[in-house]
Design a protein around this ligand. Structure first.
Ligand code: FAD
Length: 308
């Protein structure tokens, strides 16, 4: 197996993810439930058995501005799910669960090392078009090119959604991840890791420049501080003891019928002996869907080989 990539860790969009298991950011794909549940199980297992992967389990609190009609669809398969009875001021509802969180500074290099362990070869190269990927006798190409799929698969639904975040060293003790229901460009979250805390964020539709904006970052710190105060934390003035880095990433959304995560996971047969398995368009939830989609791709590859 050869992996062609024009960007490798630490320079991909995935390196800029939060990253916490976020089922609430997946809208409407018919197989999203299956993929998400599978990823939850694999990531939880990594948290328990593979310390080098940088995955751990954490309580996650989600805050809503509206009262929920019932429990969210993902409540039935996550551990420790509960609807909260005490709701912080300014919010209408709140749920809690145990979810995996991925320290992307460790998880991404670990994923690369797994490719090498299984005999894969990493090739630092841009693929100009999918047909050139078949040039060396390859029969099956898996297209996981994120935003690059806009060009490679000629898919006009692929749209960048910029996210800006900060990594800080905090003076506070925050024993949970907290995320507010997103509204428009604002999406507010605090994800503490052992060596940094993520403060987010933004959801900027159609923005193509991978750069942060100082005023926006200040706004993020203010929103995170207000959210923590509402949750009863004291000492919020110590939230940012040191700014470690600012990150901007372009989420590879695929917008179809008002849905931003209209993932394309399908097999395209080209002539008699060539196949492309498309796997892109994960938008806000690429980490959350990852292992589920990967399993689906692996099954498709196996089916093609069996039929050969
Ligand atoms: C600020 C932010 C916070 C986020 N937080 C979360 C979170 O908490 N939870 C979650 O689940 N998701 C989160 N996401 C979303 C998640 O990061 C994405 O869904 C995910 O990274 C997409 O992965 P990908 O592999 O499809 O794309 P990428 O990570 O962009 O990888 C695509 C790869 O394809 C390569 N490529 C593209 N075109 C070509 C070409 N022509 N030739 C060769 N190589 C090519 C690229 O170089 C790159 O290596 C967040 C995103 C951002 C920006």
């Amino acid at each position: 197996m050869r992996v062609f990539a024009d960007r490798r860790t630490p320079n991909t969009t995935s390196d800029r993810a939060g990253a916490v298991f976020s089922p609430f950011r997946i809208e409407g794909h018919e197989r999203a439930g299956q993929w998400t549940q599978r990823a939850y199980s694999v990531l939880s297992e990594l948290a328990e058995r593979e310390p080098a992967a940088g995955v751990s389990l954490t309580p996650l609190r989600e805050l809503f501005f509206r009262r929920l009609d019932g429990d969210p669809w993902w409540a039935e398969f996550v551990r420790g799910y509960e609807r909260q009875t005490t709701i912080p001021a300014g919010y209408a509802d709140s749920v809690r669960a145990i979810v995996p969180r991925m320290n992307m500074r460790r998880y991404m290099p670990w994923l690369e090392s797994r490719v090498l362990e299984f005999g894969g070869v990493l090739v630092d190269r841009r693929v100009p078009d999918l047909s050139s990927a078949f040039a060396t006798g390859t029969q099956i190409v898996v297209n996981c090119s994120g935003l690059g799929a806009g060009t490679l698969a000629n898919d006009t639904a692929v749209t960048p959604m910029r996210g800006q975040i900060l990594h800080v060293r905090t003076g506070m003790s925050i024993p949970e991840c907290i995320v507010e229901e997103g509204s428009g460009v604002r999406t507010t979250y605090v994800f503490p890791f052992e060596d940094y805390t993520v403060l987010g964020g933004t959801y900027e539709r159609g923005e193509t420049i991978e750069a942060t904006d100082e005023a926006v970052l200040r706004g993020i710190v203010e929103r995170c501080s207000a959210m923590l105060r509402a949750c009863g934390y004291s000492g919020v003035e110590g939230l940012v003891r040191e700014r470690l880095r600012d990150l901007a990433g372009l989420r590879p959304a695929r917008v179809v019928g008002g849905v931003d995560e209209a993932v394309r996971l399908e097999t395209e047969r080209i002539g008699d002996n060539h196949w492309v398995i498309h796997n892109y368009g994960h938008g806000r939830a690429g980490v959350t869907l990852s292992w589920g989609c990967a399993d689906d791709v692996a099954k498709r590859v196996a089916e093609i080989f069996e039929a050969l």
